[in-house]
Design a protein around this ligand. Structure first.
Ligand SMILES: Nc1ncnc2c1ncn2[C@@H]1O[C@H](COP(=O)(O)OP(=O)(O)OP(=O)(O)O)[C@@H](O)[C@H]1O
Ligand code: SF4
Ligand SMILES: [Mg+2]
Length: 324
């Protein structure tokens, strides 16, 4: 059984277009299915605004869905309450892109990391400080920072503190929403290595969102490519990088900025953006009919502008394109 499963998940936001008109629906997530197995990394990629963070927030129940379900160990997380909800919150942690706004500036590092230990009664009161030091050591920080405050640290150090805080509850899954994008290039590789080490040591599964295809190639086992709220290709990482099937995936991979990599420890990330001649992504308020990618697709043919392609299995992967 998959550890985490997402079924037909939708999130539509009502948005006001004008004063007198009824709100339009922005289809941020438009019916996606995916699953994450134990000790695995599933990566979600796609251009800005395609709905990646919305999926992340739905999975950890920071947002209610319009419809669909997220199953964690077989239970629908939107139906959890009381102790079951508390257990879910402990098992599934989220880390965000911006480690600056994820930490309370008025809490010392000791209090920041002690908080989840207290809420979930992980260790006896008397052992809390030792446990915090142990967690800091795990993420490469020392006990000298216990009484310091978030503003005294760099982005990379803050991200380490956020990671230590999520490790405090021994999560089974970490949802990481672009955890490297806000960091300096040299620091990105260090944090990526840290995540890799923690994954090995604790067998944590990751739901990993990233703009950086090189990072995704290195870190993930399988990938979902998102376009306008839908998954258009879902494949094993090696298969996808060896031969992308969906025309959008193909263009994404070929448009990735030239990545300067000296070794796997030096990974640069920039925003994913299609080549300039591909035009802009259509608005999620006004999704094109037929295949949503058809206005930009160099391979479009007869049925593409009026028949929506289904996500179908082809050669061990899922693709939504009339060519397959
Ligand atoms: N609370 C909200 N109300 C209205 N629209 C929203 C809300 N949150 C997100 N959106 C819209 O939903 C769409 C998907 O946003 P989301 O943040 O999930 O994209 P993303 O793929 O994470 O983008 P990025 O790569 O820039 O982080 C966007 O058009 C965004 O403007
Ligand atoms: S269905 Fe048609 S428009 Fe859509 S990706 Fe495939 S070929 Fe391109
Ligand atoms: Mg986002």
């Amino acid at each position: 059984m998959a550890l985490l499963k997402v079924n037909s998940l939708k999130k539509y936001f009502p948005v006001k277009k004008g004063f007198m008109t009824a709100p339009a629906l922005l289809k941020a997530v438009d019916g996606i299915d995916l699953s994450l197995d134990e000790d695995r990394v599933f990566a979600l990629v796609g251009e800005s605004g395609c709905g990646k963070s919305t999926v992340a927030r739905l999975i950890v129940r920071l947002l209610p869905p319009t419809s669909g379900e997220v199953l964690f160990q077989g239970k629908n997380v939107f139906e959890l309450s009381g102790d079951n909800l508390k257990a879910f919150r402990k098992s599934v942690q989220i880390i965000f892109q911006d480690p600056f706004s994820s930490l309370n500036p008025r809490k010392s590092i000791l209090d920041t990391i002690a908080e989840p230990l207290k809420i979930h009664r992980i260790v006896e009161k008397i052992r809390i400080k030792d446990k915090v030091v142990e967690l800091l050591n795990k993420v490469g920080l020392g006990s000298d920072i216990l009484n310091r405050y978030p503003h005294e640290f760099s982005g990379g150090q803050r991200q380490r503190i956020c990671i230590a805080r999520s490790l405090a509850v021994s999560p089974k899954v970490i949802v990481a929403d672009e955890p490297l994008s806000a960091l300096d290039v040299s620091i990105q590789a260090q944090i990526l290595n840290l995540l890799q080490e923690l994954k090995r040591e604790y067998r944590i599964s990751f739901f990993f969102i990233s703009h950086a295809l090189k990072v995704v190639h290195y870190f993930s086992d399988s990938i979902g490519v998102m376009y306008l709220g839908k998954i258009v290709e879902h494949a094993k990482t090696e298969d996808l990088f060896r031969e992308p099937f969906h025309p959008y995936t193909e263009i994404l991979l070929s448009s990735a900025p030239t990545i300067i990599v000296q070794s796997d420890k030096d990974v640069r990330s920039r925003n994913l953006k299609l080549r300039t001649d591909m035009g802009e992504v259509p608005s999620p308020i006004d999704i094109p009919p037929g295949c949503p990618f058809h206005p930009r697709c160099p391979k479009k043919f007869e049925p593409c502008d009026n028949i929506i392609p289904e996500l179908k299995e082809t050669d061990g992967r899922l693709v939504s394109c009339h060519l397959f």
